[in-house]
Design a binder for this molecule. Structure first.
Ligand code: 0O2
Length: 221
C-alpha cells in the first residue's frame, strides 16, 4: 500500500500502520467508553433526583455512542488527521457522544448548568444552535465537556460530545438526517424549504408547550 491509498477498513489500517496502532486504538477507545459511563451516571443521578422533587422528568431519553474504529478512521481522513493516537486524541473530540433529549427548552439549559457546575467536569466548548439555529433549521445545544477517567496507572481527562435538545428538535433532526442521507447531501430545494418550515413549526411547538406549562403550573420548572 502506498501513502496515497485510501484507508477505509481496519484491515487497511493494520497493513498501513502495523498491529501496534490497531491494538493501541482498541485501548484508546476504552477510555472514551469509560467517560460515557461516568457522564451517564451523572445524568442518571440528576434525573432521579429531579423526578423526586418535581412533577415531571427533565429527560425523555438518553442515547450514547462510541465512534467505531471505522468512523474514527473516516473522520481522521476527512479532516487530514495523522493516524497516530496523539493526533486522534487532540483532533477528534466526538469519539464519545451522548445525546440527552428533554421535554422543554428550559430542561436543556438546566442539564447544561447542572453538569457544567460539577467540579470534575470542565465545559471546553459550547455551540448553542438553539440561540442561533443552523441555516437549515437545525437546533440543539452542543457541548464538549471533559471528565477525569481513573485508569490503573494514571488519570486522563477525556472529552465527550454532549448534544442536548428537546423532543421536537430531536424529531426534526432525525427526519432531516435520514433525508440528508437519502439524497447523499444534495437535498432538493422544495424539500429543504419544507424542512425549514418544519423546523420553525418545531420551534413554535417548544415555545407553546413552555407557555402552557407555565400557565398551568405557574412556573417554568
Ligand atoms: P454523528 O454520527 O451524529 O456523530 P464535527 O462533528 O466536528 O465533524 P461540526 O460541524 O464542527 O462537525 O460539529 P457540529 O456542528 O457540532 O455537529 C456535530 C453533530 O451534530 C453531527 O454529528 C450531528 O449529529 C449533529 N448535527 C449537526 N448539524 C446537523 C444538521 O444539520 N442536521 C442533523 N440532523 N444533525 C446535525 P455527525 O458528525 O454528523 O455525525
Amino acid at each position: 500500500m502506498t501513502t496515497t491509498d485510501p484507508i477505509t477498513t481496519l484491515v487497511d489500517l493494520v497493513e498501513a500502520s502495523g498491529e501496534d496502532l490497531t491494538r493501541d486504538l482498541t485501548r484508546f477507545r476504552m477510555r472514551y467508553k469509560f467517560a460515557i459511563d461516568e457522564i451517564s451516571t451523572k445524568i442518571a443521578i440528576l434525573r432521579e433526583e429531579f423526578e423526586h422533587n418535581h412533577d415531571h422528568s427533565p429527560i425523555e431519553h438518553v442515547r450514547t455512542r462510541l465512534k467505531s474504529p471505522e468512523s474514527l478512521l473516516a473522520k481522521a481522513r476527512k479532516i487530514g488527521c495523522p493516524l497516530t493516537i496523539d493526533a486522534l486524541e487532540e483532533q477528534i473530540r466526538d469519539i464519545a457522544g451522548i445525546r440527552v433529549v428533554c421535554p422543554f427548552v428550559s430542561d436543556v439549559y438546566w442539564i447544561m448548568e447542572m453538569l457544567g457546575g460539577q467540579s470534575d467536569v470542565e465545559v471546553v466548548e459550547v455551540e448553542d444552535y438553539i440561540a442561533e439555529p443552523k441555516a437549515n433549521g437545525y437546533r440543539s445545544l452542543h457541548l464538549i465537556i471533559t471528565v477525569p477517567v481513573y485508569l490503573s496507572d494514571r488519570v486522563v481527562e477525556v472529552p465527550v460530545e454532549l448534544q442536548i435538545r428537546t423532543i421536537a428538535m430531536d424529531f426534526w433532526a432525525s427526519v432531516e438526517h435520514s433525508i440528508y442521507y437519502k439524497y447523499d447531501g444534495t437535498v432538493p430545494t422544495t424539500l429543504r424549504d419544507e424542512l425549514g418550515d418544519a423546523a420553525r413549526t418545531a420551534a413554535d411547538l417548544d415555545t407553546t408547550m413552555a407557555r402552557l406549562r407555565t400557565e398551568v403550573h405557574g412556573t417554568a420548572r
